[in-house]
Design a protein around this ligand. Structure first.
Ligand SMILES: Cc1ncc(COP(=O)(O)O)c(C=O)c1O
Length: 375
């Protein structure tokens, strides 16, 4: 396996313009979207944060350019928020009054952590899972109860139900989960949400919703319009590529939407809203990203099958695999070749999370894996 050769081939594939940009130093770690991007320890391939390697769509870019003209204005009641709420309400089958926006879904997670800190109660969640809400809540002295995932590395709803006590004010579930790209079975989850929302808020974080192609999965957004204590968060950061642009979406009853709006400290910006109006209508680009994600996952599955590596089949844009080596050492070995992979996720410290880049990125990842880890 000749990595240098593969890099040269890769450079040849880029356009002259992209190569010029690269050589002039314009291409950086953030520029994986530039054709001809070549990974190096200084400008690494970011397979660490579950970002979209294609960036925002052309339609979104055009919408931003147009929206720049009015970006100096504070938003008014006639701004893009109600129009986007109408569009998403139609897509999801809820009412616009069930929707709120934020600067990334992380802000909705933190807001619910803040509400718990101010109004009292504890958080019940899985382990491991995404830390956006719990880290914020812990810093405000909110007690957190973590329930380990089951033997199939899936969030254990039976154990969560058993662990519920009267002091719990919010149950936070990530579906599909992160860093474990597993899902909870839809009927079991629906029953859980309905039953437990009689006792406390059930909050489902569906950041990776658009990537799921598993018939055992269902979104819980429709429940938010019927049951008062169920909230769902979505993000435009993943399939729409808005991680830097920032747009989160909260779905909930009018009571919870009002409460989130009352506590939230930031807001969505006019460029992100304009871009989202274009991007959520642009199903062709979403399908393109999904197809590329499938291709990338296949390259990594084939690699791991070939080397009999233990991994979880993914419902997201990342794969979790076992190396048997401390993940900090694994990260160093990938970094030498210009690849960033996920941070440690205890207790799985000999496992590694790799985000899906473009298929050609994953070919390079496979080459580096074989060189560094295959015997
Ligand atoms: C499960 C989960 N929820 C929420 C977020 C926050 O996303 P953002 O704040 O970009 O919308 C992430 C980011 O990776 C995530 O993985």
């Amino acid at each position: 396996m000749n990595i240098e050769l593969s890099r040269r081939e890769w450079m040849k594939g880029g356009s002259a313009f992209a190569l010029a940009a690269l050589l002039s130093g314009e291409a950086s770690a953030q520029d994986m979207t530039v054709p001809g991007f070549v990974p190096s320890p200084e400008t690494p391939l970011r397979l660490s944060s579950n970002e979209n390697p294609y960036g925002i769509s052309r339609a979104a870019k055009n919408a931003i350019i147009e929206a720049l003209e009015t970006s100096h204005l504070y938003s008014s009641r006639r701004d893009r928020r109600p129009i986007l709420a109408e569009l998403l309400a139609k897509i999801e089958g809820v009412d616009p009054s069930n929707i709120t926006f934020s600067g990334g879904s992380g802000e909705i997670l933190k807001t619910l952590g803040l509400i718990t800190a101010v109004e009292g109660g504890a958080v019940l969640t899985a382990d491991p899972t995404y830390h956006g809400l719990t880290r914020y809540a812990i810093n405000r002295n909110v007690p957190i109860k973590h329930i380990p995932v089951d033997a199939s590395m899936t969030i254990d709803l039976d154990a969560m139900k058993e662990a519920y006590t009267d002091d719990i004010s919010i149950i936070y579930l990530v579906n599909p989960n992160n860093p474990l790209p597993t899902i909870m079975e839809k009927n079991k989850l629906r029953d859980f949400c309905i039953e437990m929302s009689e006792k406390c808020l059930v909050f489902i974080d569906e950041a990776y919703h658009e990537f799921v192609e598993n018939t055992d999965y269902a979104t819980m957004v429709p429940l938010t319009a019927i049951h008062e204590n169920i909230v769902v968060a979505r993000t435009a950061s993943k399939i729409h590529g808005f991680a830097g642009l920032r747009l989160g979406i909260g779905y909930g009853s009018e009571k919870w939407i009002e409460k989130i709006n009352e506590y939230i400290t930031g807001s969505s910006n006019s460029l992100a809203l304009a871009a989202a109006l274009a991007s959520y209508e642009d199903t062709e680009t979403q399908e393109f990203v999904l197809q590329k994600n499938r291709e990338s996952k296949k390259i990594v599955y084939d690699l791991f099958d070939k080397h009999q590596v233990n991994y979880l089949r993914s419902n997201t844009n990342f794969i979790f695999f076992e190396t048997g080596i401390d993940v900090n050492e694994v990260r160093k070995r990938f970094q030498k070749h210009g690849i960033l992979v996920g941070r440690p996720f205890p207790p799985y410290t000999t496992w590694c999370r790799v985000s899906m880049g473009k298929p050609e990125d994953m070919v390079y990842f496979a080459e580096v894996y074989e060189r560094e880890f295959a015997s």
